[in-house]
Design a protein around this ligand. Structure first.
Ligand code: GLO
Ligand code: MG
Ligand code: MG
Length: 440
């Protein structure tokens, strides 16, 4: 027997007698289940590069209840993790250094208890738990997509469903004020239809606006009574669900909706774009965010990662598109965005309950902070600065200002700087600007 290794193929042992590969795997020592968490912890600390909880708390990073409590289930997937309650999530976020927590109403309150005594008791327990662990509640959101009552969306034909939707969003506003939140988010789920032609789109959108109006009007009264500012109401778009056509599929569609005249308080309503949701329809997230910034509606931001034109895989920030993420953060830093960065991702099904808090959350936070700091470095980079300034200065003005060819010639070599800037950004991302070279 001899070992043979070909580039690009996994290591195998060749049995020369029979020339049949035997997987090396069979020679590896199994890791007993009671040693696996310790192995994960040891390799996590071997990775290095972790920030301290104090450093992490300096950023407005918010941790959703539903992200940490996600059990790994989906349309074709059974859960792979056991349920965890808000006490554990809040405690673990505190240990990691995630300073803010947010939730859907029904992540923590059973639907049957909503608005009843049961809700009151749970909200008091949440408040106490947050205080005990030094966390704040940043945002509350209404679940208007999971329960069977929303089968035809929260803007269904049935007046009873719509009245219930208005009741639910108003109740969430009250929970938000009780917990000291600043934001309310609305992801309408499959607002649209499963059967084309079965609903009239303009009517559905008007009904949807009625629910948002109810929330805003209720908020104005509630805030006045409590002497608190009103919440910032943020709409979140997603272009497709496995089965439905969506009426407000993108942040741009939602900007149009906010300005449509259907809202009684459009000044109270902004956006919560989600990075992946914009990528899912094929958009450039940075351009989407730029449009939201120009409209002064970028108030809240769900951060995660994934692929273009695919499902809502909700991978953690920076695992798929770290370069694009650095560029997104350059845009946000240079425009002084100071809203929350909400970790709306799903720890993968392969990650255990231990791994959710030992790997998923701390690594997501640390990648975000690193990318944020690198974005700051890129904004200060003298090469990028000089190149950008030169592009903006442009070539000399030609004698005939209407001569297209002369204008082209006067800028010709300057335009190579676009590619040079892109190279420099990758150098910053990979740390190559510090002089790292690979030896061959
Ligand atoms: C689902 C959405 C969801 C929302 C949440 C907040 O795809 O991203 O997680 O962000 O319901 O309203
Ligand atoms: Mg989201
Ligand atoms: Mg998503």
């Amino acid at each position: 027997m001899r070992r043979q290794r070909n580039a690009g193929t996994p290591p195998v042992l060749l049995n020369m007698d029979r020339a049949r590969p035997i997987l090396r795997l069979s020679f590896m020592k199994p890791v007993p289940p009671n040693q696996q968490a310790a192995l994960v912890d040891r390799l996590m600390s071997a990775c290095g590069g972790a920030y301290t909880p104090e450093q992490r708390r300096r950023y407005f990073i918010t941790g959703p209840q539903w992200a940490a409590a996600y059990e790994g289930h989906a349309l074709f997937h059974a859960p792979t993790r056991h349920a965890v309650g808000f006490e554990q999530v809040i405690r673990e976020y505190a240990k990691i250094g995630i300073g803010w927590w947010c939730t859907h109403d029904t992540d923590v309150i059973p639907t049957a208890d909503i608005g009843k005594d049961g809700q009151h008791k749970i909200v008091e327990r949440i408040d106490a738990c947050l205080k005990e662990n030094g966390l704040k509640c940043s945002m509350v959101t209404t679940e208007t997509f999971h329960h069977a009552v929303w089968a035809a969306s929260p803007a269904a034909e049935s007046p009873a469903v719509r009245e219930y939707a208005a009741y639910r969003v108003k109740n969430t506003v009250d929970i938000g004020h009780r917990l000291g939140a600043q934001f309310a988010v609305y992801w309408p789920g499959s607002l649209g239809y499963f059967m084309q032609g079965a609903v009239e789109e303009t009517e559905t959108l008007k009904w949807y606006a009625e629910a948002l109006n109810a929330a805003c009007e209720h908020d104005i009264e509630a805030a006045k009574k409590l002497n608190r500012p009103t919440l910032k109401h943020c709409m979140e778009a997603k272009p497709f669900e496995p089965q439905a056509e969506i009426l407000l599929p993108t942040s741009d569609a939602m900007l149009g909706f906010i300005g449509s005249g259907l809202l009684t308080h459009p000044e109270m309503v902004g956006l919560n774009p989600e990075y992946l949701h914009e990528l899912m329809w094929g958009g450039a997230p940075r351009a989407v965010l730029a449009r939201a910034l120009l409209a002064k509606k970028l108030w809240h931001f769900d951060i995660n990662d994934g692929y273009r034109l695919k499902h809502d895989v909700d991978i953690a920030v920076g695992l798929v598109n770290p370069l694009d993420w650095m560029l997104v953060l350059m845009l946000l830093r240079s425009h002084g965005y100071n809203g929350p960065f909400n970790l709306d991702f799903k720890p993968p099904r392969t990650t255990s309950n231990h791994g959710v808090f030992a790997v998923s959350f701390p690594t997501a936070v640390d990648r975000f902070i690193t990318l944020w700091e690198m974005a700051g470095e890129a904004l200060e980079d003298p090469i990028i600065k000089e190149a950008t300034d030169a592009l903006k200065a442009g070539g000399e003005l030609p004698a005939d200002r209407h001569d297209a060819q002369a204008i082209t010639e006067s800028n010709r070599d300057l335009l190579s700087l676009h590619e040079l800037i892109a190279h420099r950004l990758v150098q910053i991302l990979l740390g190559l600007h510090r002089g790292r070279v690979y030896s061959l």
